[in-house]
Design a protein around this ligand. Structure first.
Ligand SMILES: NC(=O)c1ccc[n+]([C@@H]2O[C@H](COP(=O)([O-])OP(=O)(O)OC[C@H]3O[C@@H](n4cnc5c(N)ncnc54)[C@H](O)[C@@H]3O)[C@@H](O)[C@H]2O)c1
Length: 336
């Protein structure tokens, strides 16, 4: 059996797609997830069932089938993580587990700090003790806060987070930096810009809006519709994650083994544009209701992709409406 890669948060939206892509390439994967109840754990079981169906019997040409094993556990359990790494001897770690979501982090900052900061420290220490060769850590565009300068560049200001979630993601980046300084283990931090597509988290705008549109329910619109997001299709994110995992520490990559990369979409989409696109994809007008702007929400996100394009060959390929149509089609297939 090939040496596995350890993927944390394997049952989640991005985690299940990442595992699927690795297995499709013949790579064995050990996943860890605690089925955190932030959203219905049944949705995560469904993600894993879809992953199993998509990879069942897949053997890459000339290669061997990748295997998948899911370990149910909490990344904050430092001893449990160390044991898991010692048992499975993964070659590296793709650390995606986190409590995600800006607004709920304002209601429960301590739980976010535990999962995202204590959890990241525990994963990094297990990687060190287990002699892993590399680690990739999921960060977020939220670390940029409300920047005046856009598009956001990796070397820009990231010390003014406007939500506990953003602060925990920045803290995870700093822990990853210290880990690299102490171990020289190639370490990448990836700043994802709002990810969408099949299996999208049910708390995120597009999935919520599509579900409301199909039920002909009113969509609450926070702010005046002028906020914008650089939406990134899931397949593009996964391609960026795998490229970062392969390339970190390679000759020609700046940073001596520690690197931050933005992974974004093509262009920022205004909330009002998103609602128009949803009406087109669903095939009928949507009903909306204005609400005040929510605390913790940034005004816009927009990734500068110069660094990830030149160092990772990262190029987002799926256009916004194409991705939206694919998510809509998947939603109709799964039924909710
Ligand atoms: N989806 C996005 O738009 C987006 C944007 C920026 C950053 N991110 C980051 O990407 C990563 C994946 O996000 P996602 O959208 O797939 O979220 P998700 O909630 O679908 O997946 C995260 C997974 O981590 C698991 N998890 C949480 N706490 C855990 C713990 N203590 N121990 C073990 N497992 C735990 C959850 O059960 C879940 O399955 C996260 O680190 C998130 O912060 C996501």
């Amino acid at each position: 059996m090939s040496t596995p890669v350890l993927v944390t948060g394997a049952a989640g939206f991005i985690g299940s797609h990442t595992c699927q892509a690795l297995i499709s390439r013949g790579q064995s994967v050990v996943g860890v997830d605690n089925f955190d109840p932030f959203y219905d754990p049944w949705v995560k079981r469904r993600n894993l069932a879809e992953l199993a169906r998509a990879t069942d019997g897949l053997v890459p040409p000339g290669g061997r089938a990748g295997t998948f094993e899911l370990v149910e556990g909490d990344i904050c359990d430092a001893r449990g993580m160390a044991d898991l790494v010692k048992r499975h001897r993964p070659s590296g770690v793709i650390h995606l587990a986190a409590k995600a979501g800006v607004r709920p982090s304002i209601a429960d900052p301590a739980a976010y700090a535990r999962a995202n900061v204590v959890g990241t420290a525990s994963v990094l220490e297990a990687a060190r003790a287990g002699g892993c060769a590399r680690v990739v850590v999921a960060s977020s565009s939220s670390v940029y806060g409300n920047q005046a300068q856009a598009p956001f560049r990796e070397e820009g200001e990231v010390d003014r987070p406007i939500s506990p979630y953003a602060a925990t993601k920045r803290a995870a980046e700093l822990l990853a930096y210290a880990h690299w300084r102490l171990t020289s283990m190639p370490t990448a931090c990836l700043r994802f810009f709002t990810v969408y597509g099949p299996r999208q988290r049910p708390d995120l705008a597009i999935q919520t809006f599509l579900l409301k549109a199909v039920r002909d329910e009113v969509i609450p619109v926070f702010g005046d519709g002028s906020t914008s997001r650089d939406y990134t299709y899931i397949d593009d994110i996964v391609a960026g994650v795998l490229a970062a995992y392969e390339r970190i520490g390679a000759p020609g990559i700046a940073g001596d083994g520690y690197r931050v990369w933005n992974l974004g979409g093509h262009r920022p989409v205004r909330l009002s544009e998103l609602l128009d696109a949803i009406a087109r994809v669903v095939g009928r007008p949507v009903r909306t209701e204005p609400r005040p702007m929510q605390a913790g929400d940034v005004e816009r996100t927009w990734a500068d992709l110069t660094r990830s394009a030149s160092e990772l060959g990262y190029r987002p390929r799926v256009g916004f409406e194409e991705g939206l149509a694919r998510q809509w089609s998947w939603l109709q297939d799964v039924g909710s």
